[in-house]
Design a protein around this ligand. Structure first.
Ligand SMILES: Nc1ncnc2c1ncn2[C@@H]1O[C@H](COP(=O)(O)OP(=O)(O)O)[C@@H](O)[C@H]1O
Ligand SMILES: [Mg+2]
Length: 461
């Protein structure tokens, strides 16, 4: 029962159903018109025979039209032999003269109709009647006396022809159904085997995890596509899993270092305070350092939160942002002593998420202050289809061999010390790319020169 409900059974049943339906329609289209055509044909042939026979009968002398005429009887018997139809002659009152069939009295109404009509009358009994027959009555005149030649034949042999056709159709149906069943089973078995293999792999993956290898199918069909999609999905999940593992490991390492020194500082402070007399100066210094570490930890945890938001792919806003105005407000956040200079074009509109743009600009100015030196210059201008913000400083710049690496997560320059998290540029570039722009380091200039590009937009009215 389960097999029948599976793909194999359904496939075979569907193919058989289609074959059966096709044959049933063929049978209906063939048998009904066949019956009609056979009957029409029989009546037409009979009418032709009657017309030909009438000429033969008419050649007899008038004296031959009597009930006891042996000549007339002989002619009619010859006609029957030649046409396989019974023949009878009726007079003008539709009374039987001579016949080859004993029952011919019964056909005098047909003869009467032919005399009344003055022309050939065809007659066919409905099938289902005991005597299923076709009759043709054709009037003729011999020396001013009118007679009718009636010819009739039984149609009882027609069902035999139909029977042969029906039988042939049934045999064809049987063979077609058998072929459909076999083809359905073979086709479905191959499909089912491939789907089952894929299911087994999926079950093994859910049991044993990503170590199970999904082998993509070579076939260029939908199931092949499915296995390839499955393998690609597995690879992506693996990559994500790797990235997550690295992230957790690095993040906990990054957190552990400042936490360990914080602990040491607090121990030292508590020892300084336990001294007799307490070493208040040293304790104050230690508390100052501990505060610094705590601030660093706070910044780091905020940055990690930013990163996890990015990884969760929370949607960014896409709205018109005036880049010059935004740069001005970020520059204003930094202490005046830093001397950050700003050159911004007016009406520099771009499509972006304002919070994210502010975050990137903050990272760049922060880095210039931390890793570079004065003068720090922020420029906002327009490029082709882009709004461009550049942050330059007069520091040592980025070493050529570090230019790519510093955009990686938790990557710090060799000269950078361990004050930062190494996440600023990584987050900045990812945000820029997700807003349809880019963040890159440009060679040339005195120190470092970072360029943020965003898609520009028309001035909103
Ligand atoms: N303006 C700059 N001048 C020189 N080096 C820079 C500058 N900005 C960034 N860097 C280098 O790029 C590295 C990565 O920067 P970032 O991702 O912001 O991490 P962090 O600032 O926490 O070290 C820095 O460690 C530094 O080596
Ligand atoms: Mg930084």
């Amino acid at each position: 029962m389960r097999r029948l409900r599976g793909l194999r059974g359904r496939f075979a049943l569907a193919l058989m159903g289609v074959s059966a339906l096709t044959l049933a329609i063929t049978a209906a289209l063939l048998l009904i018109p066949l019956d009609r055509a056979l009957r029409d044909d029989a009546v037409r042939t009979l009418a032709e025979s009657a017309r030909a026979s009438r000429s033969t009968v008419r050649e007899l002398p008038p004296s031959a039209y009597r009930a006891d005429s042996r000549r007339l009887r002989r002619v009619l018997i010859t006609i029957r032999r030649q046409t396989a139809a019974d023949a009878a002659v009726y007079d003008a009152r539709a009374a039987l003269v001579v016949s080859t069939d004993v029952d011919d009295l019964a056909r005098s109404p047909v003869a009467g109709r032919a005399i009344a009509a003055g022309s050939t009358v065809r007659f066919e009994r409905a099938p289902g009647d005991d005597a299923d027959e076709a009759a043709v009555a054709t009037p003729f005149t011999v020396e001013d006396r009118r007679y009718v030649l009636v010819m009739h034949r039984s149609l009882n042999d027609l069902p035999a022809v139909q029977h042969v056709v029906r039988q042939a159709l049934l045999v064809a149906a049987g063979i077609a159904l058998l072929i459909a069943l076999v083809v359905g089973l073979v086709l479905a078995s191959r499909l089912v085997a491939r789907v089952t293999a894929l299911r087994d792999t999926a079950l093994r993956v859910s049991d044993a995890g990503m170590v199970v290898e999904v082998r993509p199918d070579d076939a260029r069909d939908e199931i092949g596509d499915l296995t390839r999609a499955f393998a690609a999905m597995q690879q992506q999940l693996r990559d994500q899993e790797d990235a997550r593992r690295t992230f957790v490991a690095t993040a906990s390492h990054e957190l552990r270092t400042p936490l360990a020194s914080l602990l040491l500082m607090l121990h030292a402070t508590s020892e300084d305070l336990a001294d007799d007399p307490p070493d208040l100066d040293e304790a104050r210094r230690q508390v100052g350092r501990a505060l610094g570490q705590t601030e660093r930890l706070t910044r780091l945890s905020a940055t990690l939160l930013d990163l996890s938001r990015l990884d969760a792919r929370l949607p960014l806003r896409a709205e018109p942002v005036e880049l010059g105005e935004l740069a001005r407000s970020i520059v204003a956040e930094f202490p005046v002593e830093l001397g950050v200079r700003l050159h911004a074009e007016d009406d520099l509109w771009c499509t972006a998420d304002p919070g994210s743009v502010a975050q990137v600009v903050r990272v760049l100015v922060d880095n210039a202050a931390l890793h570079g030196a004065a003068p720090i210059v922020v420029t906002a201008g327009a490029g082709p289809g882009r709004a461009v913000l550049t942050v330059e400083d007069g520091g040592p710049g980025v070493r050529a061999d570090e230019a790519v690496r510093i955009f990686g997560r938790f990557e710090r320059g060799n000269e950078a010390g361990d004050s930062g998290s190494g996440l600023g540029l990584a987050i900045g570039r990812e945000l820029a790319v997700r807003m349809g722009g880019d963040l890159r380091l440009e060679p040339g200039g005195n120190g470092a020169r970072f360029v943020l590009e965003l898609p520009s937009t028309d001035v909103p009215t």
